[in-house]
Design a protein around this ligand. Structure first.
Ligand code: SF4
Length: 462
């Protein structure tokens, strides 16, 4: 015990208390999350585990005893942003050497040794399948002598689903629920299968339990998450069954999901969407490229024609469906003519939203072994052309909605005008309208009157 007290001398009063901090006055934790919704969901799972060990949460790294950075490396910019934040933490560590700095997520998984070698002030590095070990690693770190080497835990576990943990909900009427972890697709540009491991589906009962819990906390709109939700399989149930089972729960007004894969999406899923009023008519279906040769190089095992067939069926089976996509320009060896095929596909589909990126080489991927030979200036000009096209299409698609009536789920007061409610239509368009006696979480019928940028101004219908 004497040794423990000696080693803990630099800690704040709360961090010095014995573990676990069952009185709820444990060390203060700040988690900075980068990247996709999966990371947001993972951070909430981590918060839940740490809260069970008595940790508390605070709003800034400066006031925290433990600073955790949950990183993303799907694109180079995300990785650079996370590593840039890491460099800033060096000053925080100098200000308080007993503060524990932890790096989590995909960058931690892929660059574990590099992080510890080049950032000696980092105390722990933990990958996406090892978050259960966090309370123990933190405890170990708190009692380690100053200057001890950082702790590393990055085992990928085929069975880890965190399905017994209810993520910490931050309030509000919307929530993410992870239903499948990992990915088996191995798209040649993507590092995710290397950082998040093989695909595994969560048991349906545990998904329903979590959604029921969220509903009891006031959540009305649930987004089911997975790198590829269409691969969901559990005891004979596929993703369409899972989606319908969640939508059937009382208390939930809307269900959405992300992300689909064009090779796996089924007509059964589209029919389920079209046949269930609580499943939102919104489909995020990454195309990545419009050229069949580039799709093959990307290890995306579908063709442009197959993809366009899904779009036609989705629009037939799910009336009023909104479509969004991901696109990469400047994949190695992409010619001007092949880029034009992507451009023409976007013109043909007319997406409501698109997330468009320049190709950036990711470590550990198959594509990283071939030359990144499209000059940056060419990538930039292709990207600018696509963005310009997509903005025009999105504006036109929004204008088609003017004068129509729809239902808005109230998410809260409008950030710029507290006399207005802010919410979304079923197909995910942002709307503001004047407040009356409604409450957050209510569904209200409105008419879409005008547009300000991409936000609709609406009037309430009787
Ligand atoms: S489907 Fe492809 S892009 Fe999506 S996570 Fe899996 S490997 Fe990455």
């Amino acid at each position: 015990m004497h040794e423990l007290v000696t080693l803990q001398h630099g800690l704040s009063e709360s961090a010095r208390k014995p573990f676990p901090h069952s009185d709820g006055t444990g060390p203060r934790v700040y988690i900075q999350t980068y990247g996709c919704q999966m990371n947001v969901s993972d951070s909430q799972t981590i918060e839940s585990m740490l809260a069970d060990s008595g940790y508390r949460f605070c709003g800034s790294a400066e006031e925290a005893d433990v600073v955790l950075i949950n990183t993303c490396m799907i694109r180079e910019t995300a990785e650079v942003r996370a590593l840039g934040q890491l460099a800033n933490l060096s000053a925080l560590k100098k200000g308080n050497p007993s503060r524990v700095i932890g790096i989590l997520g995909c960058v931690a998984q892929a660059k574990r040794r590099e992080i510890l070698e080049s950032h000696p002030y980092v105390d722990i590095v933990v990958g996406p399948d090892s978050y259960r070990r966090l309370p123990i690693l933190l405890e170990e770190r708190f009692i380690s002598p100053p200057g001890s080497p950082g702790l590393l835990e990055t085992t990928l576990l085929r069975e880890e689903l965190y399905d017994d943990i209810l993520p910490r909900h931050h309030g509000g009427v919307t929530a993410f629920v992870t239903i499948i972890r990992g990915c088996d697709k191995f798209c040649s540009f993507c590092v995710v299968p290397r950082t998040r491991g093989r695909e595994r589906s969560r048991p349906l009962p545990s998904i329903l339990r979590e959604v029921e819990h969220l509903s009891s906390k006031g959540v009305r709109d649930v987004m089911l998450l997975g790198q590829n939700v269409d691969s969901y399989r559990w005891e004979g149930h596929d993703f369409a069954d899972c989606l319908a089972a969640v939508a059937d729960l009382d208390g939930i007004s809307r269900v959405r999901y992300m992300t689909s894969h064009p090779s796996d999406i089924s007509d059964k899923l589209l029919e389920t969407m079209g046949g269930h009023s609580k499943i939102c008519p919104y489909l995020h279906l990454p195309v990545q490229a419009g050229s069949n040769r580039i799709l093959r190089e990307m290890n995306r095992p579908y063709t442009r024609e197959h993809y366009l067939g899904i779009v036609t069926r989705a629009r037939r089976l799910v009336p009023g469906i909104a479509l969004s996509t991901d696109v990469i320009v400047g994949f190695p060896s992409e010619t001007d003519a092949e880029f034009e095929e992507t451009y023409s596909l976007m013109n043909e589909v007319r997406y409501d939203t698109a997330f468009m990126f320049k190709y950036s080489e990711r470590p550990l991927t198959k594509a990283s072994r071939i030359a990144d030979d499209v000059p940056d200036a060419v990538k930039v000009s292709r990207l600018e052309r696509l963005i310009e096209l997509q903005q025009k299409i999105a504006r036109e698609r929004n204008e088609l909605q003017l004068g129509t009536t729809t239902e808005v789920l109230i998410e809260g007061p409008a950030p710029k005008d507290k006399s207005m409610w802010s919410g979304r239509t079923p197909d995910f368009r942002p709307v503001v309208f004047p407040k009356q006696e409604e409450q957050v979480g209510d569904l209200v019928r409105v008419r879409l009157d005008s547009l300000s940028g991409f936000t609709f101004h609406a009037s309430r219908l009787p």
